[in-house]
Write a new protein. Structure first.
Length: 206
């Protein structure tokens, strides 16, 4: 199984955005019930239909063990075993917030990234977010696609990245008020995108 550094995503530098890289997000793991002690399985990532890598994990009370293979571009594969410490802090209204401890700087973080051999935090790898280097039009397109992906969970025939395609169906299990709120937000983002395109390219841009 290929982990960090595998595939076409092995070439990165400090201009690479965090959004482009494989990552371990403890919030997602918590929502999907993967933080219970004794839980194990496979974390895998893909982008535009292309596999970015996978990592085997096992969760214990205060740490998570990772097993994966790593290679630096065209170098030989290496077997890697790593340990990520876990932490949690109480929330104001009950319950706990879970954290990963960055092995490099020991900071509590929600996400660790894997452009190199090991998973470290965004600051240790010097990564930025795509939103930090994009213009208003890029932000609106990203916002619209994010909303459309939420509405396309069960509509596999529908391409959420095809901005402008109408939204007809409500995903199974989604409440109607939620669907209508997301639909309004997506429509507003589309209207703003259209306005920016007309301003930039003229009325006949479409």
């Amino acid at each position: 199984m290929g982990g960090p550094g595998s595939g076409s995503y092995c070439r990165w530098n400090k201009k690479t955005c965090a959004d482009e890289l494989i990552n371990i997000d403890i919030r997602h793991m918590n929502r999907s019930g993967r933080l219970q002690p004794g839980t194990g399985g496979l974390l895998s990532w893909s982008r535009y239909g292309e596999s970015m890598g996978s990592v085997s994990y096992t969760v214990f009370d205060d740490r998570m063990f990772l097993i994966y293979r790593y290679r630096r571009c065209d170098k030989e594969w290496e077997d890697v075993k790593d340990t990520i410490e876990l932490n949690k802090t109480p929330c104001n209204f009950g319950g706990f917030r879970h954290w990963l401890i960055c092995p490099s700087c020991s900071r509590r973080v929600a996400v660790l990234y894997g452009p190199g051999k090991y998973f470290h935090c965004r600051k240790c790898y010097g990564l930025s977010y795509a939103s930090q280097s994009e213009g208003k039009l890029d932000r609106l397109c990203r916002k619209a696609r994010k909303i459309r992906r939420k509405l396309a969970i069960d509509n596999h025939w529908w391409n959420p990245d095809a901005l402008g395609d109408p939204i007809f169906m409500k995903p199974k299990g989604m409440r109607w008020p939620t669907f209508e709120r997301l639909q309004r937000a997506e429509n507003q983002a589309q209207d703003e995108i259209d306005q920016l395109f007309r301003k930039r390219f003229g009325q006949g841009w479409y």
